[in-house]
Design a binder for this molecule. Structure first.
Ligand code: AR6
Length: 170
């Protein structure tokens, strides 16, 4: 699996699936969740209500339509809310692992990821990047491209530097 990095808005990515940093209620919210529901339109919320009547557990993933976005599916994950005392890093790596499993079930080959939990949920950004990279590096999946979408220049530079750090010298 190739790991790529772009700076931009996840809702505009031309990939099979975009990952949403949702919450347990699965009825939309702020941050990337708000942007995905706004760009995808009301079909995304309607599909959330249909597929997740009782919401989703922290660390888990599930899919809906992407509505009006270029992608075909949204893979929703619920990251740990560090600000509410959810400090178990395994819950964060679980989001990425489960997202790739759902992508494989769907047959999605390209998947765009935000930095789950690194916004409102307060996970330190550098460790949020490393958690994603750890899972991507060791994943057994049919996904060809994991695209990390950096929201802003400083996130882009951080992800690039963590990626380059991990690469052994030639
Ligand atoms: N494209 C890519 N990345 C984005 C975008 C975007 N359009 N918008 C924000 N980010 P957050 P969380 C980045 O807060 O910490 C919501 O209210 C952002 O810079 O969206 O998992 C949900 O409903 C940050 O790096 O998600 C939940 O209640 C990253 O996406 C809660 O927030 C994640 O920030 C989830 O909090």
């Amino acid at each position: 699996m190739r790991i790529t990095v772009v700076e931009g808005d996840i809702t505009q990515q031309d990939v099979d699936a975009v990952v949403n940093a949702a919450n347990r209620r699965m009825r939309g919210g702020g941050g990337v969740d708000g942007a995905i529901h706004a760009a995808g339109g009301p079909e995304v919320l309607a599909d959330c209500e249909r597929r997740f009547p009782r919401g989703l557990a922290t660390g888990d993933a599930g899919w809906t339509t992407a509505g009006r976005m270029p992608a075909r599916w949204v893979i929703h994950v619920v990251g740990p809310n560090r600000n509410a005392g959810e400090t178990d890093r395994g819950l964060l790596t679980s989001c990425y692992r489960r997202a790739l499993e759902v992508a494989d079930e769907l047959g999605a080959r390209s998947v765009a990821f935000p930095l789950v939990s690194a916004g409102v949920y307060g996970w330190p950004r550098e460790d949020a990047v490393d958690a994603a990279l750890e899972v991507f590096r060791s994943a057994d999946t049919s996904v060809d491209e994991a695209r990390m979408v950096a929201f802003g220049r400083s996130a882009y530079d951080l992800i690039r530097s963590r990626l380059d750090d991990e690469r052994p010298p030639a």
